[in-house]
Design a protein around this ligand. Structure first.
Ligand SMILES: Nc1ncnc2c1ncn2[C@@H]1O[C@H](COP(=O)(O)OP(=O)(O)OP(=O)(O)O)[C@@H](O)[C@H]1O
Ligand SMILES: [Mg+2]
Length: 265
């Protein structure tokens, strides 16, 4: 039994900025450090499920899957939605995607308390897992609102490009509005993760990073360089710390994991 469970949403409505890689590999680093971690694949694309080499949950009426649970059709135990994944030290479990998640936005939009579905669903994990990481979709939709309402804190992967600065100008007000309307306590903004950084960094990338550094209350927690290891690990259904433990990528994810471990204390 763990005293505290820290739930983290990994969000950015901008696509392809490293959300799923961050969720997967920070979770791997937490598990390596002996923590029990539950990942939630909230993105209908199902990339997180693929990245762990886990099959999608079955579809159809009366099945236990994340979609049916979010829309209130499956009311059984959360444990029935969880697929285990082996990790060297701690636990690394997953609530996988199902093809039906493509209907979630449309269906949830019709429902009451639509932003609180994931928070309610996750209430039994408090005290069971040390960490829960939610991989959000690349949109500011009802699924992202659910992630922001369910979490204690948020990690924001970004790329060192102007489009990421622009994306933050939309995302930060969205987080503030969820704080104002849906939460008792404001979300903890853990910080940014500069992902997929090409090296050597261009002048443009350096100037964007300098602008990130000016953002108050949003520290840069780590930089993950562009590297084939991330894709190779993903394709083999393993996390980077497991696949390439001595790589600088593994080290970067461990550094970010430590921030979450501190936040969870
Ligand atoms: N540091 C890295 N080096 C090389 N490839 C990476 C790195 N991080 C992520 N990738 C790859 O880049 C692609 C985009 O990353 P990822 O899927 O994590 O982004 P995302 O923000 O989750 O995307 P989406 O918005 O589609 O959900 C993926 O194919 C992933 O394997
Ligand atoms: Mg993704």
């Amino acid at each position: 039994m763990h005293a505290r469970t820290h739930i983290t949403a990994v969000t950015n409505q901008k696509g392809g900025v490293g959300k799923t890689a961050t969720a997967l590999n920070v979770a791997g680093a937490l598990a390596e450090a002996g923590q029990n971690v539950l990942l939630i694949d909230l993105d209908p694309q199902g990339h997180l499920t693929d990245g762990l080499g886990i099959e999608q949950a079955p579809a159809g009426e009366n099945t236990a899957n994340l979609y049916r649970a979010l829309v209130g059709e499956f009311t059984g135990s959360l444990a029935d939605l969880i697929a285990p994944h082996s990790a060297p030290a701690g636990r690394l479990d997953l609530v996988p995607n199902t093809i039906e998640m493509f209907m979630a936005v449309r269906e949830l939009d019709k429902q009451r308390a639509r932003e609180q579905r994931l928070a309610r669903l996750l209430s039994p994990v408090r005290g069971v897992y040390d960490h829960v990481l939610i991989d959000a979709p690349p949109s500011l939709d009802i699924l992202t609102d659910n992630a922001l309402a369910a979490a204690d804190g948020v990690l924001i992967p970004v790329q060192a490009e102007d489009s990421s600065l622009k994306a933050l100008r939309l995302l930060l007000p969205q987080i503030a509005s969820v704080d104002a309307d849906l939460r008792d306590k404001p979300l903890q903004l853990h910080g940014l993760i500069v992902s997929l950084l090409r090296r050597p960094a261009t002048k443009l990338a350096e100037s964007v990073i300098a602008e990130f550094e000016q953002l108050e209350g949003l520290p840069i927690l780590g930089t993950v360089p562009l590297g084939v290891i991330v894709g190779e690990a993903w394709r083999s259904g393993r996390t980077v710390v497991d696949y390439a433990p001595d790589s600088e990528h593994a080290q970067a994810y461990r550094t970010i994991a430590k921030v979450l471990t501190e936040a969870g204390r």
